[in-house]
Design a protein around this ligand. Structure first.
Ligand SMILES: [Zn+2]
Ligand SMILES: [Zn+2]
Length: 120
């Protein structure tokens, strides 16, 4: 997983974000033809794309550091897909879909702020 990928402001950019072996499609949302990441060599079809469930589920994790307003509210950062994910009572990541862009502009902004503060 690369920094570039984690830093993609998905929802704001309206990218496709189909995934395949750690690559992520940077073509526009709803595009025709094969998926492709800008600068990458891999091309893939919907059939070859990874399933939506993230393989990081069940990994041990700890709640991420929080911004002043509490974001991300006790969730942990998934080391596989970089989503903010809730924790089970066992301290492992809850089952979740791989991150494919944020649900709202607000979440996207908070996410970017968090990665600027703590991401690397
Ligand atoms: Zn695509
Ligand atoms: Zn994940």
């Amino acid at each position: 997983m690369t920094r570039t990928l984690a830093a993609l402001p998905g929802a704001a950019r309206r990218l496709c974000l189909s995934r395949r072996n750690g690559e992520i499609c940077t073509r526009e949302d709803g595009h025709r033809g094969l998926h492709h990441r800008t600068g990458g060599r891999l091309l893939w079809s919907d059939l070859q794309a990874d399933p939506p469930e993230c393989p990081g589920a069940g990994s041990p994790a700890e709640p991420a550091a929080t911004l002043d307003d509490g974001f991300p509210d006790g969730r942990a950062v998934c080391p596989v897909c970089w989503a903010f994910v809730g924790l089970t009572d066992d301290g492992t990541l809850e089952p979740h879909d791989s991150w494919r862009g944020d649900e709202s502009r607000q979440e996207s902004d908070r996410r970017r702020e968090w990665f600027n503060a703590f991401g690397w």
